[in-house]
Design a protein around this ligand. Structure first.
Ligand code: XCC
Ligand code: SF4
Length: 630
C-alpha cells in the first residue's frame, strides 16, 4: 500500500452510510440542511459591526444598496471583515503560544513540566540576551518565559523574533510600518479600527492586518513552537501510521483532538502509565490505544510517534466507528457536534479547557498545576467506558498508511549535515538545501498547509497538488491537516521518492528523507518561516527572491487566513484553494491578488482547481529561478 493514494471518500462514504443506519447526524446532513451558503456573507459584504445594521451591499453595481447606513462601502466592509478574520486567527494561535509560555514559567526539576531541550533554551536565551553563565536551567527558563510573556503586552517596541527575518525583509517591514508591536496590541488595534466609524480606507486596513498577521507568525506562533520544543523536545524523525485504521478493535481507544501540547503531552504520559495499562487489561482490553487528530495529533506524533487517526473532517468519522471510548479535547477545530454524535455511541466526549467548554460534553477542567493527575483521571474514564462498547455497532475501516514525521528545522539540518556537508564550517547550516536549489537539482519548495473544507472533496486537493509538485522536483513541507492528508496517502514515506522527478528523487535517496516533510502543527508554520529565512540569509537575499511558495488547498479557519497573510507579508506567494470571503470588493480582491506585491514582493492567488493551481505555482517558481539565473 506504500505510495498508493487511498480513496478517502470511500472510507467517508462507508462511515456516513453507517451513521445513517445508526441514526447519527454528520456534517453532510447539516450541509444539506444549510443549502447554499449566504451570498452576501460569501462575498464578504455583510456588516454587523453596529446595530443600525446588519447592512449588506447589493452585488449589482448601481442597483440596490451600495453603502451601509453609516456610508461604509463594499470595499470598507470587505476589508474590515477580512481584518477581523485575521485578528481571530492571530488571537487563537497567539493565545495558544501564551499558554505555553506560562507553562515554561512554571516548569521545574520536580514538577510535571520540565525543560527537555536545554540546548534550545540556551540558544533562545542567548538570542534574547539572557545571562546563562553559572545559572540554574530553571532560572533561565523563567526569565525566557517572562520575556516571551511580555511580547504579548509590552507597551513599547516591536517583536523580538522579527529580527530573525532576512535584512531586506526587515527593511520592507520598517519602511511600510509593518513591524509588529506587542501581539495583543495588534489584535486590539484591529478590533478598534474596524469598529463603526473608525477606519474606512481599505489600504490602511490591509496594512494593519498585515502587521497583526506578523504578530501571529513571528510572534505568538513562533513563541508557541520554540517554547514547546524547549518543554517537550524538538521533534526528530520517527515512524508512525495514519488513518482510521489505527483505531484498534481490542484496545481502549482514546482520540486526542485539539491543539495545545501542554495538555496532550500529559495525556501521552498518562496513557503510558503501567498502572493504567494494567487497568485497561483488567477491563478485558489489550491495552490503551491513544490516537491523534488535527494539530494536537501532529504535536504528539512529532514527539512520540503517536498514530494519527485522521484530519479535521475525520473527527466525526472516528466516533462513528463506534470503537472510541473517549474523545478528549482542549481548544480549536473541535466540532460542537461531537457532543450529540457521541451520544449515539458509548463514546465519552470530554472537554477540558475553560476557553472551550462545549455544550453537552463532560467537562473535566485541566490545569497545569495538577496536570498529570487530571489526565490520568480522564484516561481512567475512557478505560471504565470500555465495557460499554456495543460490538454490534463497531466498524473500523482497515485503511492506514506508514509515515515518517518529525522534521523540525534542526532535524532537517542534521540530515543534510550527515551526508551533504563536506566542510566543517558548513555544518549546521542550510547550505546543502540552497546548493541543491541553485544547482537546479530541485526546482524549489512548497509549504502545503491547512485544513479540510467540505467545499473541496476531502483531501483531494491536498494530494493532487502535493503529488504534482514532487513530480516536478519541488520539495514539499507540510503542517496541520494537510500533513495528515499526506500521511494517509503514503506521501511521508521513503518509497514516495518513486513519485518524484529525477532531481528530487536523488536528493531523497542521498539524504534519506521523504520528498514530503512533516514539519508539525499549524503554529509550526513558524518553522517554515525560519527555514526559508535561513536560506535567504545564507544567500544574502530576501524571502521573495526564493523559488518557494505557500499553499492552503482546503483551508477553512480564521487561523488559516492569518497564516496566509503573514506568509505573503513575509515575502512568500500564497495559493488558496478556497476563495476567501472578499470577492464583493473588486478593489480589495485586487489588493490581495495584485497590488500587495508592489509592497511586499508577494501576493495571494485564488485557485480552486488543484491542477490549475500547480501550473500557477510552477510558473511563479520558474519566474523566480529565472531571476536568480538558475
Ligand atoms: Fe484546524 Fe490545526 Fe485547520 Fe486542521 S489545519 S483544521 S486550523 S487543526 Ni491547522
Ligand atoms: Fe451598517 Fe455601518 Fe453599522 Fe456596518 S457599521 S452595520 S455598515 S451602519
Amino acid at each position: 500500500m506504500s505510495h498508493e493514494v487511498l480513496e478517502f471518500d470511500v472510507i467517508s462514504d462507508r462511515l456516513i452510510e453507517k451513521a445513517e443506519r445508526d441514526g447519527a447526524e454528520t456534517m453532510w446532513d447539516r450541509k444539506v440542511a444549510m443549502k447554499a451558503p449566504c451570498g452576501f456573507g460569501e462575498k464578504g459584504v455583510c456588516c454587523r459591526h453596529c446595530s443600525m445594521g446588519p447592512c449588506r451591499i447589493s452585488p449589482v453595481a448601481g442597483k440596490g444598496a451600495q453603502r451601509g447606513l453609516c456610508g461604509a462601502t463594499a470595499d470598507t466592509i470587505v476589508a474590515r471583515n477580512f481584518a477581523r478574520t485575521v485578528a481571530g486567527g492571530a488571537a487563537a494561535h497567539s493565545d495558544h503560544g501564551r499558554d505555553i509560555a506560562h507553562v515554561l514559567y512554571m516548569a521545574s526539576e520536580d514538577g510535571n513540566y520540565k525543560v527537555k531541550d536545554v540546548g534550545k533554551l540556551m540558544n533562545l536565551a542567548a538570542e534574547w540576551g539572557v545571562e546563562t553563565d553559572g545559572r540554574d536551567t530553571y532560572d533561565i527558563a523563567r526569565e525566557v518565559a517572562e520575556i516571551a510573556l511580555m511580547e504579548f503586552g509590552k507597551p513599547f517596541g516591536t517583536l523580538r523574533f522579527l529580527e530573525r527575518a532576512p535584512e531586506p525583509r526587515k527593511e520592507i517591514w520598517k519602511e511600510l510600518g509593518l513591524e509588529a508591536r506587542a501581539i495583543d496590541k495588534e489584535i486590539a488595534t484591529i478590533m478598534h479600527s474596524t469598529h463603526i466609524g473608525c477606519a474606512s480606507d481599505p489600504e490602511s486596513i490591509l496594512e494593519m492586518t498585515m502587521r497583526a498577521s506578523l504578530a501571529d507568525g513571528w510572534g505568538g506562533s513562533m513563541i508557541g513552537t520554540e517554547l514547546s520544543d524547549i518543554l517537550y523536545g524538538t521533534p526528530t524523525a520517527r515512524g508512525t501510521e495514519a488513518n482510521l485504521g489505527v483505531i484498534e478493535e481490542n484496545m481502549v481507544n482514546i482520540l486526542l483532538h485539539g491543539h495545545d501540547p501542554s495538555f496532550s503531552e500529559m495525556v501521552v504520559l498518562a496513557a503510558e502509565d503501567p498502572e493504567l495499562i494494567q487497568m485497561a487489561k483488567d477491563a478485558g482490553a489489550e491495552g490503551i490505544n491513544l490516537v491523534g487528530m488535527c494539530c494536537t495529533g501532529n504535536e504528539v506524533t512529532m514527539r512520540h510517534g503517536v498514530r494519527i487517526a485522521g484530519n479535521f473532517y475525520q473527527q466525526e468519522l472516528a466516533v462513528i466507528t463506534g470503537a472510541i471510548e473517549a474523545v478528549i479535547v482542549d481548544v480549536q477545530c473541535i466540532f460542537p457536534a461531537l457532543a450529540k454524535l457521541a451520544d449515539c455511541y458509548h463514546t465519552k466526549f470530554i472537554s477540558t479547557s475553560p476557553k472551550a467548554k462545549i455544550d453537552g460534553s463532560i467537562y473535566i477542567e485541566f490545569n497545569e498545576e495538577h496536570a498529570l493527575e487530571t489526565t490520568k483521571k480522564i484516561v481512567k474514564e475512557a478505560i471504565e467506558n470500555y465495557k460499554n462498547r456495543d460490538r454490534s455497532k463497531v466498524y473500523i475501516p482497515q485503511e492506514k498508511n506508514k509515515a515518517v514525521v518529525g522534521y523540525s528545522v534542526e532535524t532537517i539540518i542534521q540530515h543534510l549535515d550527515k551526508v551533504v556537508n563536506s566542510h566543517v564550517d558548513e555544518f549546521n547550516t542550510v547550505k546543502p538545501l540552497a546548493d541543491v536549489i541553485w544547482a537546479g537539482v530541485i526546482r524549489g519548495a512548497a509549504g502545503v498547509v491547512g485544513c479540510n473544507n467540505p467545499k473541496v472533496k476531502h483531501d483531494k486537493s491536498h494530494i493532487t497538488i502535493i503529488k504534482e509538485l514532487i513530480k516536478n522536483d519541488i520539495i514539499v513541507v507540510v503542517t496541520g491537516c494537510a500533513a495528515q492528508a499526506a500521511a494517509k496517502a503514503g506521501l511521508l514515506t521513503m518509497e514516495a521518492k518513486e513519485l518524484c522527478g529525477r532531481g528530487l528523487k536523488e536528493v531523497c535517496e542521498r539524504v534519506g528523507i521523504p520528498p514530503v516533510l512533516h514539519m508539525g502543527s499549524c503554529v509550526d508554520i513558524s518553522r517554515i518561516l525560519d527555514l526559508v529565512s535561513r536560506v535567504a540569509k545564507l544567500k544574502g537575499l530576501d524571502n521573495s527572491d526564493l523559488p518557494v511558495v505557500g499553499v492552503a488547498p482546503e483551508w477553512m479557519s480564521e487561523k488559516a487566513v492569518a497564516i496566509g497573510t503573514y506568509v505573503v507579508t513575509s515575502g512568500i506567494d500564497t495559493f488558496l484553494g478556497v476563495t476567501p470571503q472578499v470577492t464583493g470588493s473588486e478593489r480589495f480582491t485586487d489588493m490581495l491578488t495584485n497590488t500587495i506585491e508592489d509592497k511586499v514582493g508577494a501576493k495571494f492567488f485564488f485557485e480552486e482547481d488543484p491542477n490549475a493551481c500547480v501550473e500557477k505555482i510552477i510558473d511563479r517558481i520558474e519566474e523566480k529561478r529565472a531571476k536568480l539565473g538558475i
